[in-house]
Write a protein that binds this ligand. Structure first.
Ligand SMILES: *Cc1c(COP(=O)(O)O)cnc(C)c1O
Length: 232
């Protein structure tokens, strides 16, 4: 009961902050979906969150998410894969995820296509964009100039559905230039593919500013669940 009360209080606070940010920046709260990032936390927490009305959860590691989902009893959750993804994990991730936020290269698109041939519902894909002004190798995310080509390759595959874009603002820097860049790329994408209108942006430290810049999906972990051990 104690954990439930704690999660309920944190959730209420975050929801109220989301509402305030929407009011402040002229956004409609119905356009903003809260994804609670449950990485490092147990299946029991996921079930409590579901009881508290959470509909969407996010996980970043296949080896953790796969057994956790089997343990969770709540049935109607939408599961978001938010972490960098190796092609050899595509098959496994496609088994538990409803949405993959980290599609950032063509070989991953092809691996996800191969992994989803038996699916009844297409796998929703977000193109992760590297928002670092000086992008470094291996940090995850396509370069802004690669987004349109990746979008075309996802659209060509019937078992994948292009849902939009995702980004992580660089840590320890002003997140606004990053969110502005993501918003600009989203606008360009929507001009060509109007249904690819999701913008996954905003974490515990910066979600109000993400809302300011058009985020439709917030990925919030520690503000709701507490601080993770360092390996999270
Ligand atoms: C862990 C994680 C989050 C959540 O971060 P918090 O700061 O705990 O809210 C969001 N997005 C991604 C990609 C993550 O890995």
């Amino acid at each position: 009961m104690e954990r439930k009360a704690e999660l309920a209080a944190n959730l209420a606070e975050v929801k109220s902050d989301i509402k305030s940010a929407c009011e402040k920046y002229g956004r409609n709260p119905s356009e903003v979906t809260l994804i609670v990032v449950t990485k490092t936390w147990p299946a029991t927490d996921v079930d409590i969150l579901a009881e508290l009305g959470v509909t969407d959860v996010g996980e970043n590691r296949d080896q953790e998410a796969k057994p956790k989902k089997l343990e969770v009893t709540a049935q109607n959750l939408t599961w978001h894969a938010i972490g960098q993804l190796q092609t050899n994990k595509a098959k496994s991730v496609a088994n538990w995820a409803d949405v993959v936020h980290s599609v950032d290269r063509i070989d991953l698109v092809n691996a996800l296509a191969k992994a989803t041939t038996e699916r009844s519902q297409p796998l929703k894909c977000l193109i992760q964009v590297n928002l670092d002004p000086n992008p470094r190798e291996g940090r995850g995310g396509a370069l802004p100039t690669q987004v349109m080509d990746l979008a075309q390759s996802i659209l060509a595959l019937p078992t994948l559905q292009l849902a939009g874009v995702m980004g992580v603002a660089p840590l320890d820097e002003d997140p606004e230039p990053a969110f502005e860049l993501l918003a600009k790329i989203s606008t360009e994408l929507i001009a060509v593919h109007p249904t690819a209108n999701w913008v996954s942006a905003g974490m515990s430290g910066d979600y109000a500013l993400a809302i300011k810049h058009g985020a439709t999906h917030l990925r919030i972990g520690s503000s709701i669940l507490g601080h993770r051990a360092l390996n999270g």
